[in-house]
Ligand binder design. Structure first.
Ligand code: ADP
Ligand code: ADP
Length: 228
């Protein structure tokens, strides 16, 4: 479902963040992306959701080379994937319900369909009772649950997460991981950049380690492999 061939990324300031990556990730996999700070993890995953474009190489997602995607096709492409950030990125003036419903309203789904689907995903993240609240009224862990609900409301086949537990305490991080496990168990591919050693070494999945913009290690049920 995701294939990178000979991918390089050099930023306009001259920094070579990705220096030749070839990788294939199949539908239904759960992949951790690990590596030291500045190794290129964020750049690697930003290219998967077309936040950054490679300088050279091809990135095929569900059959389309997204490196060549026209600007006008980007919103349609993004509808088929969910993205979860370390800092949640919820819209502060909208209620929880509105934040989650937003992606369905954009595609003009019927109000009844929207309501049913929003309630389904809110149930999955365990926060059905908080739909009328504003993000600022919720804890960090709750806000991250909402952002996960938002990421899956369109039923994407792929969810990409950039350090989703980076701002959360250990107990909350485990709760968040349970939700990602559940999403993956339902067949959705999950690609997650993380610095959480305990989680990677306990909830075993494929580990891709990036160092200096290259894949240094790629192991099924791998280890975190760094001190922290
Ligand atoms: P990681 O996520 O592993 O910390 P990044 O992908 O964020 O690594 O960064 C890889 C390298 O690219 C670093 O040297 C970083 O400073 C640089 N970099 C990241 N984003 C940009 C950008 N927008 N412009 C210029 N350089 C960047
Ligand atoms: P994170 O640690 O959450 O991946 P970073 O601190 O690497 O975030 O980057 C924060 C933002 O700054 C990102 O949008 C990234 O692209 C940008 N950035 C990172 N390094 C550089 C850099 N050297 N020059 C310009 N922008 C950068």
């Amino acid at each position: 479902m995701i294939e990178m061939q000979e991918v390089y990324k050099k930023y306009p300031n001259g920094v070579s963040a990705i220096n030749g990556i070839d990788v294939r990730i199949n539908q239904g996999e759960f992949v951790y992306v690990v590596g030291p700070s500045g190794a290129g993890k964020s750049t690697f995953i930003k290219m998967m959701y077309r936040e950054e474009i490679p300088t050279s190489g091809t990135i095929t997602i569900n059959g389309a080379n997204i490196a060549k995607l026209k600007m006008s096709k980007v919103p349609l492409f993004r509808r088929n994937l969910g993205v979860v950030f370390q800092d949640f990125k919820l819209l502060p003036t909208l209620t929880v319900y509105e934040n989650v419903a937003f992606a369905l309203e954009v595609i003009e789904a019927q109000p009844k369909v929207i309501k049913k689907r929003v309630m389904e995903v809110m149930d999955l993240v365990g926060l059905k009772h908080k739909i009328k609240m504003l993000p600022s009224e919720l804890s960090g862990g709750e806000q991250q649950r909402i952002s996960i609900a938002r990421s899956i409301v369109n039923s994407p086949r792929l969810v990409i997460a950039d350090e989703p537990t980076g701002n959360l305490d250990p107990d909350t991080s485990w709760e968040i991981m349970k939700i990602f496990e559940e999403i993956n168990n339902r067949g959705t591919t999950v690609v997650m950049a993380t610095h959480n050693k305990e989680i990677v070494n306990t909830l075993k999945h494929r580990v891709i380690a990036i160092e200096g913009g290259r894949i240094a290690r790629d192991e099924q049920r791998g280890e975190y492999g760094y001190e922290n």
